[in-house]
Design a protein around this ligand. Structure first.
Ligand SMILES: Cc1cc2nc3c(=O)[nH]c(=O)nc-3n(C[C@H](O)[C@H](O)[C@H](O)COP(=O)(O)O)c2cc1C
Length: 189
């Protein structure tokens, strides 16, 4: 029996919010980036991240070829170029000149200079789920713009990342609410 006030809206991918990232890999020696919202931290020691890619994505060939990829966090001022990478496939347009790129320890994972935060990843494993393949990567290094650090740590207000809803809208991060692993100490059951 339904709880009063609840409406069943079906089984769609409505999980929200999702992070907005640009994932990069070298496909046939050329950088290619796609927008990825299905991205998450999946392990602590060593730090690992996952991305879920639909089977037809051009970028997948580069991840397979090199065993490396990057996860770049764009700031909200990069919304148009971010969306562009999510509309047009490298199969049909050359996205290799969209961004100035740099390389790190792995030498083959292209990272975006203009994105305030970049995660360089080596492929840990690939898992076929259904429509999508889940790629898990070891984060081998994280690069952050100097002016986006506070006390040596990435500062979410300075990075100014976006979140999104599935086939919906891009949103800014809102206001500070409370400290994690701290607010609960004040809860009285
Ligand atoms: C906001 C947004 C989020 C997206 N998230 C994903 C995602 O998580 N996984 C995926 O496979 N495609 C996602 N896409 C679609 C791809 O980014 C898009 O199909 C892209 O053109 C593929 O590029 P490629 O073929 O060059 O790899 C997203 C698109 C947008 C606009």
């Amino acid at each position: 029996m339904m709880t009063p006030g609840k409406v069943a809206v079906g089984t769609k991918n409505l999980f929200m919010p999702s992070p907005v990232t640009l994932v990069g890999a070298n496909v046939n020696g050329k950088p290619n980036f796609l927008t990825v919202a299905w991205c998450s931290i999946v392990n602590n020691f060593p730090p690992m991240v996952s991305i879920s890619l639909y089977r037809i994505r051009h970028t997948r060939a580069g991840i397979k070829e090199n065993g490396t990829f990057s996860v770049n966090i764009p700031s909200s001022r990069q919304v148009e170029v971010t969306d562009y990478c999510g509309i047009f496939s490298g199969k049909n347009v050359d996205k290799s000149r969209v961004f100035d790129c740099f390389y790190g320890k792995l030498k083959s994972a292209p990272m975006i200079v203009s994105c305030p935060m970049n995660m360089e990843c080596s492929l840990h494993s690939t898992h076929s789920i259904g429509t999508h393949d889940l790629y898990i990567g070891n984060i081998v290094e994280i690069y952050v713009d100097e002016d986006c650090l506070t006390d040596g740590m990435p500062d979410i207000r300075r990075i100014d990342p976006m979140v999104c809803t599935w086939k919906g809208n891009y949103w800014l991060i809102g206001e500070f609410v409370a400290k994690t692993f701290d607010a609960g100490k004040r809860y009285k059951p």
